[in-house]
Write a protein that binds this ligand. Structure first.
Ligand SMILES: [Zn+2]
Length: 353
């Protein structure tokens, strides 16, 4: 398994609660910490960032043996020997698509010949029960720097410096609230960066590093309050890069009775779920499917909002091959009045009901 860089979208994705607990267990397993020691070390490393959402980019930035050893000592956890080096190596493998065990909710760490590493698929090494599912093959993507479609192994478009940049909370919440999302339901930071780098405000910047910095400092693109940040995000959402093959998801038709699905089958399903169900209702729907409790356990608590959650549900169902007759029958049972839209989306997904 190779270490890969995080894309801007991945780096700004918050770590779901269940995976945050799994990360603490990684600390416990490798550093042999106990009780709240792991949490104290993490808090110590995060410092003032503790007030902000904990992202996969920040987690990746923790993968530094010196930093772990120093901050552990500052948190009163000493004599860790070589363990911080092992921990840093393991943390570098954690990407948003890396699965945890469905049964014991741990990352599948193994130690062989004194080398600690992570399994990407197979039987869980901790409980021996859960199956670890392999991450999906990353697909070619549009680099925000050049707007060219590039292979996922290319890193020129990725983050400068130490692989971590900050996103202002006002930008993060504007992207979320305006629904500037990818088809997988994560905040589309890459599209917003592309907009800053190539759109109408591009001449404010003297290079891609300045664009990255602006993400954490919206005044750099002329947005001095949250209203102007939202205006910029709305503008970005309407903006299409010249050579674009990925654009932001279009707003769903909230407010109208009839939902008209459009876009890829995947996107249609995510939008259907978002339009038809609240987060609670969607959780109940998933729980009602066969092995529903297992499916539910692999989802976040939905705190990131209905748009993100419906994308997350869709992506989980797709990964497990559960976009099927059972799913659509359950949707139809709960939302008979949306029958036309449901049948259209089912048909787009190649499912008969
Ligand atoms: Zn397990």
């Amino acid at each position: 398994m190779a270490i890969r860089e995080l894309s801007p979208n991945e780096a700004t994705t918050p770590v779901p609660d269940v995976k945050r607990r799994a990360v603490l267990m990684v600390f416990d397993l490798v550093l042999l910490t106990q009780g709240d020691e792991a949490q104290r070390i993490v808090d110590q490393i995060r410092g003032r960032r503790r007030a902000l959402p904990f992202t996969f980019g920040e987690l990746r930035n923790m993968a530094d043996a010196g930093k772990i050893a120093n901050q552990a000592a500052a948190a009163g956890v000493e004599d860790l020997g070589e363990a911080p080096t092992d921990l840093a190596r393991v943390l570098r493998y954690i990407t948003p698509d890396l699965a945890i065990c469905e049964v014991c909710h741990k990352y599948p760490i193994v130690e062989m010949g004194g080398v600690v590493s992570l399994l990407t698929e197979g039987r869980c090494p901790h409980c021996g029960e859960g199956l670890i599912t392999a991450p999906k093959q990353a697909e070619p993507y549009v680099a925000w720097t050049t707007l060219e479609t590039v292979s996922p192994s290319q890193t020129h478009d990725r983050l400068a410096g130490n692989g971590f940049f900050s996103i202002a909370p006002s930008v993060q919440s504007a992207l979320e609230e305006e629904g500037l999302m990818t088809e997988d339901g994560v905040i589309n930071v890459a599209h917003f960066l592309a907009f800053l780098a190539h759109g109408p405000v591009a001449d404010r910047f003297r290079g891609m590093d300045e664009v990255l910095v602006a993400l954490g400092n919206p005044a750099a693109f002329g947005a001095r309050d949250s209203v102007s940040v939202r205006a910029a995000v709305r503008q970005a959402k309407a903006w299409t890069p010249r050579t674009a093959t990925t654009v932001a998801s279009v707003a769903t038709s909230h407010g109208s009775d009839e939902f008209v699905p459009s876009g890829t089958p995947f996107k249609q399903l995510a939008e259907l779920l978002e339009v038809c169900f609240s987060i609670d209702e969607l959780q109940r729907l998933i729980g009602s499917l066969s092995s529903g409790m297992n499916l539910l356990r692999s989802l976040s608590d939905g705190r990131s909002g209905p748009h993100v959650f419906s994308g997350e549900v869709t992506s989980m169902l797709e990964r497990r091959g559960r976009i099927d007759t059972e799913l659509f029958t359950a949707i139809l049972r709960d939302r008979p009045r949306q029958s036309a839209a449901i049948r259209k989306v089912a048909s787009a997904c190649g499912v008969s009901i």
